[in-house]
Structure formats: C-alpha cells, structure tokens
Design a protein around this ligand. Sequence first.
Ligand code: AMP
Length: 216
Amino acid sequence: MKIVILGAPGAGKGTQAANLSVKLKIPHISTGDIFRSNIKAGTPLGKTVKQIIDNGGLVPDEITIEIVKGRLSQEDCRDGFILDGFPRTIPQAEGLELILDQMGAKLDYVLNIVVTDAAIIRRLSGRRICPDCNTGYHIDHDPPMEEGICDNCGARLIQREDDSEDTIISRLNTYHDQTEPLIGFYEERGLLANVTGQYRIEDTTNEVYKVMGIKE
Ligand code: AMP
C-alpha cells in the first residue's frame, strides 16, 4: 500500500501515519523527522535546513525530492510506505510521480486530514516532545504523568522551536499558499480522500480505516 498523508501542520499526520505503519507493516517516512534528525546530528544537510525550519519556511524542493527518492529506493519500501509531510508543493508532487513511475509504482491513497486553523494554533502551541525518544505530548489533551518529564524515558520535554506562536502562523501561511493546492492536484487524479482531524485521534483513525477498508 502506497499512501500520502496531507494536512496542515498539527493536523495529526504523524499520529495517523505511525498507527498505519504498525497496522500495515510498512515504513512511516516523515521528511520533517528526517530533517530534525539531521539537525540534531549536525550533518551538512542539518546545517543547511535549520534556519529554514526554525522560521517556518520550506526546504527547497530539489533537496527534499532527492531525500525522498533515496529513502523510497530502500528495500523496506518495496511493498509500500506512508509519506507524512511530503509532498508539500506541486513540484514535489510532480517529483514524486516521476520517482514512482521509475519504480513502476502508483499511489493507492492520498488521505487529507482536515482541521480548522483555530484548532491547529491551539494544538501546536501546547505540543511538547521528548528530545531523546521523540514521544509527543500535549499540555492539555495528553500531558505526561509528571509535568515536563517524558513518561517513556524520563528526559525533560521540550517545545519544538518551530512550535512557537509566530512560527506556527508562518507555517500555516506556508501551508495555505504552497501545500493546499495539492488537494486539487490529487482530487483530479481520483486519489483524494478527506477525513476530519478536528476531534479525537480515534475518530480520525476510524475514518481512515473506513476509507481504506481496514478492519479494526
Ligand atoms: P513537519 O514535521 O512535517 O511539520 O516538518 C517540519 C518542517 O520541516 C517544516 O515546517 C518544513 O520547514 C520542513 N519540511 C518537512 N517536510 C518538508 C517538505 N516536504 N518540503 C519542504 N520542507 C519540509
């Protein structure tokens, strides 16, 4: 199964992708995670993209497409994959079509998780993550047992630098300008399925399963 998950930042793409990855036994590929791990490791790629990401902009298409191309050529992607946060622009979507053509593959589903801007702002500003094991929390909806401490590994939780209020607004603007046009792009290709991401995580998961004919 080859799946793309679309949606604004904070719509819940990562959560749904992680769940589907376990359910379908196919890799979850998040370009945001790839960039963040490069930043953390201080690689040349990390150094190139840090400022862009901290400001809420987009990493240039050529760089992003190359990374995804390399990742999709790995053995574990042969039977399927879930792309989370890629494509984010029309040129990236065209790049993905080319990569898939070369692999003799096609997308099966593009799931678009729909959430209002107001909910996104509330959600992202309360988000916290563990810098060591990557577990996500929310100060209101999913707090850790001890405030500021990861339940899983005991590390001190942090706020992603790009989850600050100003950066959230610029990420949302970037989403509306550059990523939202992908909805029409995939609608034209008959691949798009909208699911609501406004309410509980389980509600979205159930909708996703329904669209894809997956039994719980
Ligand atoms: P995410 O974790 O998906 O919210 O991504 C965090 C940040 O990484 C984004 O705000 C962008 O700066 C960058 N990024 C992630 N995926 C892409 C992409 N497909 N194209 C360009 N930039 C990206």
